[in-house]
Ligand binder design. Structure first.
Ligand code: ZN
Length: 503
């Protein structure tokens, strides 16, 4: 008995949560014994949730579910001035760039009076503290907000039940979300045009710190389920070279450590990747030599440290420059020079390159043809799929575009029309993302978005790849087998407490 107590004492001192659970998989224990053991643990510790989760992960192989693309921000963050100045362009480009059929301000929506409630719903989500938004999303997947008067379509049972997420044929024990931060810092030359002009200031650092403290606050609730792998925004043109260098080394995690929940308190290096947003003026390969030096540093940092990049890639969304210029920078073809120079760069082109304004372009006949055949429209999509075929590290996420039921049909039709070899590559590179809470301009809720994806004609196998296997490889998280091979040795060498701290 004394020995048992001693062992339990030691055990209770160990920071179990800092151990990468899959390392501790013990083979050969019967299911019954595993269950008994986990019950004993639960009753012995006040911190039982973490232990239960840890035990679950190492007795069962971890099966994570990812939403790789969503946004949390408060009213402090969006730069309304930049948005309004983007409206200061010709009426034609305004119409194409900001009010396009099928996108947010649909005529149908306006006529039915939905627009006001859509915007109100979106603003309600954006105006809450960030940590409360995380809880709101989690509660939504648990079915907390379902009412009889909901307009959207919903699953008959909530996706999160008994601390797991059930989706299609799988049960996921870990739910990983990547909030993407956008850098709304303005350039001095833009500000100088204003009557009330002030020195440009850094908007991304306070946003990053706000997000880190919100994540910490969310993690304080031990019953909360999400883990966060955030992406830090940077718009190099709005900052000095020195700022950029410092920003990346200050905030970006280059250790690719799993289960970030338990290391946040002692580090600011919690960002797993970098978010770029061309419509705010990010030129992927600028002519100006000073600007080129900055983006070259950014790409080489990411390539060397295997830090993934997510870049916005549809023709809509918030703009800080005029639409035509924004489209030039956003077009995946503009990124080919980048990939020729940095072929190992890992990039996710978001929204599968959807173009809402294609019908006003020159390829009207082609677009009519693809509409009849129910294929995706617009050149960007096809350029992007060819780039996935050509470069092993190019990915694409379905965020926002996944609001449209028709998208899934068009996408499957496209996959049916190409070679098996190319299809396989594409199927291994598509990622699930929601674009919450921007997507609330199109769907009723986070849960509604999941349901639209769930009820799509994509197969269970493909869905599992999109929500789990592909994001694992995009983020560079170690594959289960690889982790197992390294075994206990790497556990002792790599996972000692504070070995990853930023100091
Ligand atoms: Zn987005």
């Amino acid at each position: 008995m004394a020995i048992t107590v001693l062992i339990l004492r030691i055990v209770s001192q160990v920071k179990w949560y800092s151990i990468e659970p899959v390392h501790l998989k013990i083979a050969g224990l019967s299911k019954r014994l595993r269950w008994e053991l986990s019950n004993i643990w639960e009753s012995l510790t006040p911190n039982f949730f973490l232990l239960k989760k840890t035990l679950f992960c190492y007795f069962n192989n971890m099966n994570p579910f990812f939403d790789i693309h969503f946004h949390v921000m408060t009213f402090k963050e969006p730069n309304l001035a930049a948005f309004l100045s983007s409206l200061d362009s010709s009426p034609a480009s305004l119409l194409q760039g900001n009010i396009t059929k099928d996108y947010i301000l649909t005529l149908n929506g306006i006529l039915k009076g939905q627009l006001f409630s859509q915007i109100e719903n979106t603003l309600t989500a954006f105006s809450r503290p960030i940590d409360e938004t995380f809880h709101m999303m989690e509660d939504d997947l648990k079915g907390k907000y379902r009412k009889s008067n909901n307009k959207g379509e919903y699953p008959s049972v909530p996706y999160i039940r008994d601390s797991k997420l059930y989706f299609r044929s799988q049960a996921y024990d870990t739910i990983i979300l990547s909030p993407l931060l956008m850098d709304f810092s303005q350039t001095q030359s833009n500000i100088d045009k204003l009557y009330y002009s002030f020195p440009a200031f850094d908007k991304i650092t306070p946003y990053a710190l706000d997000t880190i403290s919100a994540i910490n606050k969310y993690y304080e609730d031990e019953n909360s389920l999400f883990e966060f792998y955030p992406f830090i925004g940077i718009n190099p043109i709005a900052h000095s070279y020195e700022f950029l260098v410092n920003h990346l080394s200050r905030f970006v995690d280059i250790t690719h450590t799993m289960h970030p929940r338990h290391k946040l308190n002692d580090s600011e290096r919690v960002f797993f990747g970098v978010k770029l947003y061309p419509p705010l003026g990010f030129d992927p390969w600028p002519q100006d030599s000073n600007e080129l030096k900055k983006v070259r540093y950014l790409y080489s940092f990411c390539e060397k440290n295997r830090v993934p990049i997510i870049t916005h890639c549809d023709d809509q969304g918030f703009k800080g420059i005029n639409p035509l210029e924004a489209w030039k920078f956003t077009d995946p073809a503009s990124w080919k020079t980048v990939l020729e120079n940095y072929p190992k760069l890992i990039i996710d082109f978001a929204h599968v390159g959807r173009q809402y304004a294609v019908n006003s372009g020159s390829n009207i006949i082609e677009n009519v043809h693809s509409r009849i055949k129910r294929l995706p429209q617009g050149e960007w999509f096809y350029t992007l799929m060819d780039m996935i075929n050509e470069y092993d590290n190019v990915y694409s996420d379905i965020s926002f575009t996944g609001c449209y039921k028709e998208f899934y049909i068009q996408f499957l039709n496209y996959l049916d029309s190409i070679s098996l070899e190319k299809r396989k590559k594409i199927e291994d590179r598509i990622l699930f993302g929601s674009d919450f809470s921007v997507n609330l301009l199109r769907v009723e809720s986070y849960l509604n978005y999941y349901y639209i994806f769930d009820s799509s004609p994509l197969s269970d196998e493909f869905v599992h790849k999109i929500v789990s296997t592909n994001p694992m490889s995009f983020l560079g998280l170690k594959e289960k087998e690889e982790v197992k091979k390294k075994g206990m040795l790497s556990f002792f060498t790599k996972r000692l407490p504070n070995s990853n701290s930023s100091s």
